[in-house]
Ligand binder design. Structure first.
Ligand code: AMP
Ligand code: MG
Length: 397
């Protein structure tokens, strides 16, 4: 049996980032930059400007009553120069007039026929100097994560209209099992709805990839071979679910072995002991267990990091917290468990509750959970009052 770390290391060993492509900035939300450091071509802001609506003055002239000598708005190509003893009406974002060093906010000034009465002011007040945020030539480091609205705004403020990003890794999804029927159709006796295809496709998208859902696969070696070949022809990675166990109808493993290379692992993880990993025509092929909770949790642990590695990202991108548990949630003593829990704030820290039944077929507790509580090998249950690490898969409410 392999540890989670050993299995993950094996999966990531040959992962290579996808090629890059250029995209318009307004079409790159969630995409991952090829280069996370950009050189600023110019100052941001490009010129000294006012951070308030008010009056541009010389601090040396304040306090006093200053003659109003023109105005300057945001977007003005040229600002009137400021003579001593005068003020220029200025709007937020407008360039500072030459000779002015300070802005008096409208609220602090008083206009009359005689001019503008201004209070004493500190030199430079309400002025945003050129290059305040970024100087021309600065190396601007952006977080090594999918682009957020704020990072996109930084790039836009630097005048960058197109960015080089990694192509989304394409992941083919194939659910196998004679009992499976697509949701929306009707069930004959002995059939169940396929809970994995759409769910794994959503998990691929959440990880930053692009899913291609293939037709459902019957428990038939020739059909599974056809689907695996189809998947690797249209995608960078193939993820199958079901048919990796030891049953007489479990063919995914033997197909990978026959047409490619296979590492079959029993992993010390609960849920999801069996996992087939291999390659066909140089593309990674992963067979996840069919139970939907096992499929989604093993995706989280092993496929999400692979998709991220193909985007040039490390780790799983999930926050972790330590949470206290007040109940004994039982688990398999031999395996590390990822229990489905609801994590809540509790004073300075966090507390976790079992989200419901922990069987690997029980989907609703997984949907209710915002955390996977990591309970190590060697213990048969959580210890009431003990604290454990929780991987956050959803928001804390
Ligand atoms: P298997 O991994 O093929 O042995 O399947 C284990 C269990 O998961 C069986 O009860 C299957 O019916 C169930 N199962 C497998 N694939 C799916 C699926 N796509 N959706 C829902 N249940 C599934
Ligand atoms: Mg099956």
């Amino acid at each position: 049996m392999r540890s989670v770390e050993e299995a993950l290391a094996g999966i990531l060993a040959n992962a290579t980032p996808t090629a890059t492509e250029w995209l318009p900035l307004d079409n790159c939300a969630g995409r991952v930059l090829a280069h996370h450091v950009v050189t600023a071509a110019a100052d941001v802001p490009p010129f000294a400007n006012s951070s308030m609506d008010g009056f541009a003055v010389r601090a040396a002239d304040a306090p006093g009553v200053l003659k109003l000598a023109g105005e300057v708005a945001a977007g003005s190509r040229e600002a009137p120069a400021l003579a001593a003893g005068t003020a220029v009406r200025i709007m937020t974002g407008a360039p500072m007039p030459a000779g002015a060093d300070t802005v008096i906010p409208l609220e602090e000034a008083k206009e009359s026929e005689r001019g503008v009465r201004v209070p004493a002011a500190e030199t430079g007040a309400y002025v945003r100097p050129a290059g305040l945020d970024t100087r021309a030539g600065d190396q601007v480091e952006l977080p090594v994560e999918p682009l957020t609205p704020a990072s996109i705004a930084v790039l836009a403020s630097l005048g960058i209209g197109e960015v080089e990003v990694h192509r989304r890794p394409r992941v083919a999804i194939v659910s196998t099992g004679d009992e499976l029927v697509a949701p929306g159709a009707s069930l004959a006796p002995g059939q169940i709805f396929d809970a994995n295809s759409a769910a794994l496709a959503a998990a691929v998208a959440e990880a930053g990839g692009e899913a291609v859902i293939l037709p459902l696969g019957p428990d038939d070696p020739a059909a599974i071979e056809g689907l695996v070949r189809w998947g690797i022809a249209v995608a960078d990675v193939l993820v199958a679910s079901g048919g990796v166990s030891v049953g007489s109808r479990d063919h995914v493993r033997s197909v990978i072995e026959r047409i490619g290379t296979l590492d079959f692992w029993r992993i010390q993880v609960q849920p999801g002991k069996p996992l087939a990993f291999g390659a066909v025509d140089g593309r990674p092929v992963i067979g996840l267990p069919g139970n939907p909770v096992s499929a989604l949790v093993t995706f989280e642990l092993f496929v999400r990091p692979l998709v991220r590695a193909m985007l040039g990202l490390s780790g799983d991108g999930r926050p972790r917290v330590r949470a206290r548990v007040d109940e004994a949630i039982t688990k398999d003593e031999g395996r590390r468990a990822y229990l489905r829990v609801v994590v809540q704030r509790d004073g300075e820290g966090y507390v976790a509750f079992s989200a419901g039944g922990q069987a690997s077929s029980q989907l609703r507790p997984l949907a209710a959970a915002n955390g996977l509580l990591i309970v190590p090998e060697g213990v048969a249950a959580t210890e009431p009052g003990g604290t454990y690490e929780a991987l956050l898969i959803g928001a804390i409410r």
